[in-house]
Design a protein around this ligand. Structure first.
Ligand SMILES: Cc1ncc(COP(=O)(O)O)c(C=O)c1O
Length: 427
């Protein structure tokens, strides 16, 4: 009753249609580590939220936030040691060519900066992205989603089919031929932008295609597409908003999938909940961007962002979360893979570190996507105390992406609930 009345007030206050998860929405009042608690004190294991990467209510991060706010927090037009040190440390986590950072407050803003930077550097306008991408919600960045999903193309944006070994472009192709087929689609998108007169400024992509459903990528595609973009005189923007910050067991998704991007976008987990995002590139690129755009962002590059950002990096190192993501992630993925043969409705299990996708299908021959069962499974898991969601072009990939402090014990308790749900759903 209380929940219904809150939902009613929410519809009025926020507008009907402000998205809520689950058939019966959850009211969460407290979090600690990987655990969330509702108003009745019921515990839920958070296996969805990547933002609180070092755990909900992490005490070291909360302390850094409170101390900085009690000392000084101000906009970026003053010298401040902490901001410079944080930028240096962040750039130092990337490959050698990455030297400078532009801070912002959201993944959308950081992608905007990246696109503007690519356009300043190349003098061209055209962008290429996948046909199931999500990079943010501003008019420019949001139009990347629009282009891909709805098949619309503006005169400055082209989509290409994301590389996928499970639902490949052509039947019966070798992996090498499949890779070639996807590269040909990227080349066609670039050609079309050039014919349009927009020219080609950048390819923007998530290094593990998280929103696309974590597809297995044909070997060699990422490095070869990077070479193709460079041959065209354009830049590769990598969106690490989901894949970065130790999620895959490496600092960055691009290390896992093997290529060297020119511009790197980071967001979500950077502030463990404090709005904090960044775009990193070579000093020359950042200098050129700053000279042309005169970029200022009131809440970014602040002492508060720097103090919290440093505390998050410290916690990732202190808690050895790169190792945890690798070890717990690999074990859970392998346990889940064992279930593919047991349930016809599980088509595939794949992932990187603590980012795992379970592809739900209607039929193992046709591999028809089953969005309805994926949603049902996510609701049933919630009823058993485990929070997950789903992703992918067809909304049929159960998405497991917990805070990085998720343990082997958490994985074991999840598997018990998962098996029970699969049993119920097949009965
Ligand atoms: C890959 C990716 N990039 C960018 C964004 C946008 O980030 P924000 O919501 O912080 O603007 C998202 C958000 O889900 C995302 O998944």
């Amino acid at each position: 009753m209380a929940a219904e009345s809150l939902k009613h007030r929410r519809d009025l206050a926020l507008g009907f249609g402000a998205e809520l998860f689950y058939d019966v929405p959850l009211e969460i009042v407290r979090g600690e580590g990987v655990n969330l608690y509702d108003r009745d004190g019921r515990r839920f294991v958070d296996m969805y939220n990547n933002v609180p990467c070092v755990g909900h209510a992490n005490s070291a991060v909360v302390k850094a936030m409170a101390e900085q706010q009690a000392t000084i927090n101000v906009h970026s037009r003053y010298l401040h040691e902490g901001i410079v040190t944080f930028a240096e440390r962040l750039a130092g986590l990337h490959h050698d060519g990455i030297e400078s950072v532009v801070f912002s407050c959201s993944g959308t803003e950081a992608n905007e900066v990246a696109i503007q930077m690519a356009r300043v550097i190349t003098g061209k306008r055209g962008l290429v992205c996948t046909d199931a991408a999500y990079h943010g919600n501003s008019e420019l960045v949001g139009s990347l989603t629009y282009v891909g999903h709805a098949g619309h193309e503006t005169n400055e944006i082209r989509g290409f089919p994301y590389p996928d070994c499970y639902r490949p472009l052509g039947e019966g192709l070798s992996e090498e031929a499949l890779c070639e087929a996807y590269l040909a689609r990227v080349a066609a998108a670039i050609e079309s932008l050039k014919n349009e007169g927009a020219g080609f400024a950048a390819l923007i992509m998530c290094p593990i295609f998280a929103n696309e459903g974590l597809p297995d990528i044909p070997a060699g595609f990422m490095s070869r597409v990077t070479d193709l973009v460079h041959r065209e005189g354009a830049l590769v923007i990598v969106d690490e908003v989901q894949s970065g910050y130790a999620r895959t067991g490496r600092w960055w998704g691009y290390e896992y999938t093997g290529f060297r991007p020119d511009i790197i976008v980071m967001g979500k987990p950077m502030g463990n909940g404090l709005p904090l995002a960044a775009t990193a590139a070579s000093k020359d690129f950042v200098d050129a961007f700053r000279a042309k755009m005169d970029y200022f962002n009131t809440f970014s590059s602040s002492p508060l962002q720097a103090a919290v950002g440093m505390a998050v990096l410290d916690e990732i190192e202190r808690l050895d979360l790169l190792r945890n993501a690798t070890e717990v992630g690999e074990r859970l993925t392998s346990e889940l893979r064992d279930r593919v043969d047991l349930h016809a409705s599980i088509g595939d299990v794949r992932g990187y570190g603590l980012f795992i996708g379970i592809e739900m299908i209607r039929d193992s021959d046709t591999r028809e996507a089953d969005a309805a069962s994926t949603e049902l499974l996510s609701n049933r898991l919630k009823d058993k105390g485990f929070l997950v969601s789903y992703a992918g072009k067809f909304n049929n990939v159960l998405k497991i992406r917990p805070p990085l402090v998720f343990s082997h014990e958490n994985a074991a308790e999840f598997l018990v609930a998962f098996d029970a749900c699969m049993e119920e759903m097949s009965g």
